[in-house]
Structures are given as structure tokens and as C-alpha cells.
Design a binder for this molecule. Structure first.
Ligand code: NDP
Length: 327
């Protein structure tokens, strides 16, 4: 038997509980993994609370990422004892995920544990850090250089925002962090932000074009914030958009695109090909300063993940929550 968070939706309603499962309960798959760490991401918060239509089949074990050790494998790519990680692929949404002590998944969804990182360090970075890295890679591919000027990071005190702030600052960029939590100013400066601005300055309806300020933007918030960010991007600058913490809408005009030639990159971490995943994780292992990562990530137990899901969706959690599923 092993422990897992199990989400059910039936005549008794929508609920997430800590359950005892048997290995035979696990879905079919090529690789059985002993999960060591998972994390609580925004999507997991939506799944556990039922605040968003994330779960596509019931009962469901949430958890869109995990790190662990292979127990059994029918795939030639993995042997018992191999250390592996998984991010995305619909795990925790349509397939049972990582908020459990065991998981059985397709071999192609796994990648080996990144060199130089422990399972705990990898999941301290987790899907949020990996998504931030994909945003950074999109801006690098755009040709962005630190000399281009200030980079805006929105939702900066959240998981993706914290990593985006740290990574861009490590790469020598001047980062302006937008946050609704002025009390997290010292934290954001510790991550490398040179200035912290109040998110209210971006979150209400603005003009189609504003004074040019940002060389680039990493946005995990969407809605008016993304629209206002685009309106103030300098000519030929770029925006990497990955989230919807404020809303899924995007109330903008074509003006920044056709008058300033800005580019909007959409980032989807779920179905990235294996080579790009490995490259993103290699860069994360080189760029992450673990004194800072340890300030971003806080460890919780599997049982604690259930009540903390609501706090995460309410924007009350600073940085990231790493889940030790065996505690
Ligand atoms: P968090 O909850 O950790 O962070 C979100 C942050 O957004 C909050 O900390 C807060 O930052 C800000 N925020 C929250 N509510 C509002 C609001 N109403 N208006 C403006 N800002 C708000 O989540 P994550 O960082 O894990 O994820 C952020 C987003 O990115 C989510 O929408 C998530 O679904 C998405 N995501 C997408 C991925 C992809 O592949 N595209 C992968 C991972 C995440 P502050 O307090 O600093 O203002």
C-alpha cells in the first residue's frame, strides 16, 4: 500500500483526500516509479480545490511533476534504480500524477535526473522553474541582450515569477519585478530584482500604447497585466507569456504588434520535446543558485498539500512548495 492524494467527483461532491492505494490501482504504463518529491503548482491548486476544470478523469491523483527512482520498467530506456523526473504531459490532469508515493507512467514522458542536481533540488525548481527557463530561452532565441534594457517580470513573488526573476538577473539582465505583495520586496531584491513595482499599476485597463519601457517581459498573469505589458514594450522587443493568474482574457489591440513590431511568445511547458526539456534542465542546473532556490522553495508533507492548495490559488504562497511525499 502507498499514500496518495485522490480527487473524486461524484454524488458526494468534489473532494481531495489523502488515500491508501495498492500498486494494482495504478494505471497501466511502462515505468513504475517510487516518487521522492512532487510540488504544488498553480494547476495542482486548481485540481485539488476544484476551482478550475483541470482534472479530466476521476478518480485522479494530482501532481503535474515528480522526481523519483525507477522500481520496475518494461522500457529499454529505464532500469530499476535510475533516477528520473517528469513535468507535464497531462499527468495530474488526465493521467495519475506525482502527489503520491508511487506512479506508473509512459517511458517517453520521463527524462533522467539532470546532472549535478539531487531529486530534491530538481523539484525545488520544479515545473515553475522549468517554465521560467522556457520563457528565458524564448527571449534568448529572440536575440535579447542585457544591453537592451529593463525586463519586466509579472507575478514575481509566485513560483514562475520568482524563478524568472532569479534566472534573468543571473544572466545579467536588469529585472523589474511586479508584485501585489509589497511585503515581499526584500525577497524579490534577494532574487536579483533591481526594482519592485506595484502590480496595481498594470492590472487595470490601460491604453493600447504606453511609453516604451520594457526590452522584454516574462508574464505569468495574463489579462490586463499582459495587455499593459505589451503596450509598454520597446520597438522589436518580446514578451514570453505562460500564465493566467489574473485571467485568461487578453484585452489588447494590434497596436504594439504592428506599430512597434513586438513579438509575443506563448510558452507551453506540457508537451515540449525531450531534447528541449533536457537542454532547459541543463541550463537550470548551471544557473540556479541554491542559496536563492532555498529561499524560494519550502518543503511540506503530502497531507499539507491539500489545505495549502487553496492558499496557493488565493496568491498567498511565496515562491514554491516542494512536497516530500514520504513525510
Ligand atoms: P503562483 O500562484 O505561485 O504565482 C502566481 C502569482 O501571480 C502570484 O504569486 C501573484 O504574484 C500573481 N497573481 C495572483 N493573482 C493575481 C491577480 N488576480 N492579478 C495579478 N497578479 C496575480 O503560480 P505559478 O507561478 O506556479 O504559476 C503562474 C501561472 O503560470 C499560472 O496561471 C499557471 O497556471 C501558469 N503556468 C503555466 C505553465 C505553462 O506551461 N504555460 C507552467 C506553469 C505555470 P504577486 O503576489 O507577486 O503579485
Amino acid at each position: 500500500m502507498f499514500k496518495a492524494i485522490l480527487i473524486n467527483k461524484d454524488e458526494k461532491g468534489y473532494r481531495a483526500d489523502l488515500a491508501e492505494l495498492d500498486e494494482t490501482d495504478l494505471p497501466a504504463g511502462e515505468v513504475l516509479v517510487k516518487v521522492l518529491y512532487s510540488t504544488l503548482n498553480y494547476k495542482d491548486g486548481l485540481a485539488i480545490t476544484g476551482k478550475g476544470p483541470v482534472v479530466r478523469a476521476f478518480p485522479m491523483v494530482p501532481g503535474i511533476d515528480f522526481a523519483g527512482e525507477v522500481l520496475d520498467s518494461s522500457s529499454p530506456d529505464y532500469q530499476p534504480g535510475d533516477q528520473v523526473i517528469l513535468n507535464g504531459w497531462g499527468v495530474g490532469e488526465g493521467y495519475w500524477g506525482g502527489l503520491a508515493q508511487k506512479a506508473r507512467v509512459k517511458a517517453e514522458w520521463l527524462i533522467p535526473l539532470p546532472k549535478g542536481l539531487t531529486p530534491k533540488q530538481t523539484l525545488a525548481i520544479g515545473t515553475a522553474g522549468y517554465t521560467a527557463m522556457l520563457c528565458v530561452m524564448a527571449l534568448q532565441q529572440h536575440g535579447l541582450q542585457p544591453s537592451a534594457g529593463e525586463v519586466l517580470v509579472t507575478g514575481a513573488a509566485g513560483g514562475v515569477g520568482s524563478f524568472a526573476t532569479m534566472l534573468m538577473s543571473k544572466l545579467g539582465f536588469t529585472v523589474v519585478a511586479s508584485s501585489g505583495r509589497p511585503e515581499e520586496s526584500a525577497y524579490l531584491h534577494q532574487l536579483g530584482a533591481s526594482e519592485v513595482i506595484e502590480r496595481a499599476s498594470l492590472s487595470t485597463p490601460g491604453k493600447p500604447l504606453a511609453k516604451e519601457r520594457w526590452a522584454a517581459v516574462i508574464d505569468s498573469v495574463g489579462s490586463h497585466t499582459l495587455a499593459n505589458a505589451c503596450a509598454a514594450v520597446k520597438s522589436n522587443g518580446a514578451v514570453a507569456a505562460c500564465g493566467l493568474a489574473q485571467g485568461m482574457d487578453f484585452p489588447t489591440t494590434v497596436a504594439p504588434f504592428i506599430l512597434r513590431g513586438i513579438t509575443l511568445y506563448g510558452i507551453n511547458s506540457v508537451t515540449v520535446d525531450k531534447a528541449k526539456r533536457i537542454s532547459a534542465w541543463e541550463q537550470l542546473s548551471q544557473l540556479c543558485d541554491f542559496t536563492i532556490v532555498n529561499a524560494i522553495a519550502h518543503e511540506i508533507s503530502l497531507a499539507e498539500a491539500i489545505p495549502l492548495a487553496a492558499d496557493l490559488i488565493a496568491g498567498k504562497i511565496r515562491g514554491r512548495l516542494i512536497v516530500d511525499v514520504n513525510r
